[in-house]
Design a protein around this ligand. Structure first.
Ligand SMILES: NC(=O)c1ccc[n+]([C@@H]2O[C@H](COP(=O)([O-])OP(=O)(O)OC[C@H]3O[C@@H](n4cnc5c(N)ncnc54)[C@H](OP(=O)(O)O)[C@@H]3O)[C@@H](O)[C@H]2O)c1
Length: 235
C-alpha cells in the first residue's frame, strides 16, 4: 500500500489514460523515480520506453555514433539522454532554438533539421532513430553506415526502403513500444542518479485536455505535455 508507481498501462491496447482511476496489471508498473514529482513521472513511461526500446533495437552503446531526429520532442529529448547514458555519442536533429537545451541534456552535436545542407553535412552514423517519418525519415537512411541500424517509431510505409536498406546492409527495426517494468526501473535509477530528466513543456488541467492535444499537434515547445488532475494525492 502507498507505493508510488508509474507505468505504460496496457499499450498498445486502450488504457483510458485520461481517466482518474484505472486497473492495470502489476507487471506494467515499476517504482517511479524517488526524485520525480507525479507530473514528471507521468511523462516518462510512454516516451522513455519508446526511446529505450529503440536504442536497444539499434544497439546504442559506447563507441557508437547515434543520430536522433525529433530530438526536442517528448520521445526525442529522453532518447538523447538515454543514449548518452548508454555511452553512445549523440547527434541531435532539432531547430536551432532547441540546441542549447539539447547540449545541456548531453547531446554532443546538434544539427538544424530545417537546413538541408547542414543535415547533408552531418555525416554518417552507426545508428539512427527516426521519430519524424515520411520523407524526412526516409532521408535518414543516407546517414547510416553499411552494417548500421535504423529504428523507426512512426507508421510511415518503409516498404520502398527495405530493399535499399538491405542492399546497403542497414538493419531496419520498426518499433512499437510495449510495457517493460525492467526498463522502467532502469529509467528510475537514471533519473534518481541525475543522468536523465524530463522536460515538461506544458501542463494542462484534465478539463483542458483538448488544448493539450493542440499543443502537441501545433508544437513549438520542448519536451512533453502533461495533463494533470488536481487531487491531493498527486503532490
Ligand atoms: N512506435 C511507438 O511505439 C511510438 C511511441 C511513442 C511515439 N511514437 C511516435 O514517435 C513520434 C515522436 O513522438 P513524440 O511524442 O516525441 O512527438 P513530439 O513530442 O510531437 O515531437 C515531434 C518532434 O519532431 C520534430 N519534427 C516535426 N516535424 C519535423 C520535420 N519535418 N523534420 C524533423 N523534425 C521534425 C519536432 O521538432 P520541432 O518541435 O522543432 O518542430 C519534435 O521535436 C510521433 O510520430 C509519435 O506518434 C511512436
Amino acid at each position: 500500500m502507498g507505493d508510488r508507481l508509474y507505468g505504460l498501462a496496457w499499450f498498445p491496447y486502450p488504457a483510458g489514460t485520461y481517466a482518474e482511476y484505472l486497473t492495470v496489471p502489476a507487471y506494467h508498473l515499476a517504482p517511479m523515480p524517488r526524485s520525480a514529482s507525479f507530473v514528471e513521472a507521468a511523462c516518462f513511461p510512454m516516451a522513455a520506453l519508446t526511446a529505450w526500446q529503440m536504442l536497444e533495437a539499434v544497439e546504442a552503446r559506447a563507441g557508437r555514433q547515434v543520430l536522433i531526429s525529433g530530438a526536442s520532442g517528448g520521445v526525442g529529448h529522453l532518447a538523447v539522454q538515454l543514449a548518452v547514458a548508454r555511452g553512445a555519442t549523440v547527434t541531435a536533429l532539432a531547430r536551432p532554438d532547441h540546441h542549447a537545451t539539447l547540449h545541456e541534456l548531453g547531446a554532443h552535436t546538434c544539427v538544424d533539421y530545417t537546413d538541408p545542407a547542414a543535415v547533408t553535412a552531418s555525416g554518417k552514423f552507426d545508428a539512427a532513430l527516426d521519430l519524424v517519418g515520411f520523407d524526412f525519415g526516409a532521408s535518414l537512411f543516407d546517414h547510416v553506415t553499411p552494417g548500421g541500424a535504423i529504428a523507426l517509431a512512426t507508421a510511415w510505409s518503409i516498404e520502398g526502403y527495405r530493399d535499399a536498406a538491405a542492399q546497403r546492409g542497414i538493419r531496419v527495426a520498426s518499433c512499437l513500444v510495449e510495457p517493460d517494468p525492467i526498463a522502467l526501473a532502469t529509467v528510475s535509477e537514471l533519473v534518481d542518479s541525475g543522468a536523465v530528466r524530463v522536460v515538461v513543456g506544458a501542463e494542462f488541467d484534465l478539463s483542458h485536455a483538448a488544448e493539450a492535444q493542440r499543443w502537441v499537434k501545433d508544437r513549438r515547445g520542448f519536451g512533453k505535455a502533461a495533463i494533470v488532475v488536481n487531487t491531493p494525492e498527486r503532490t
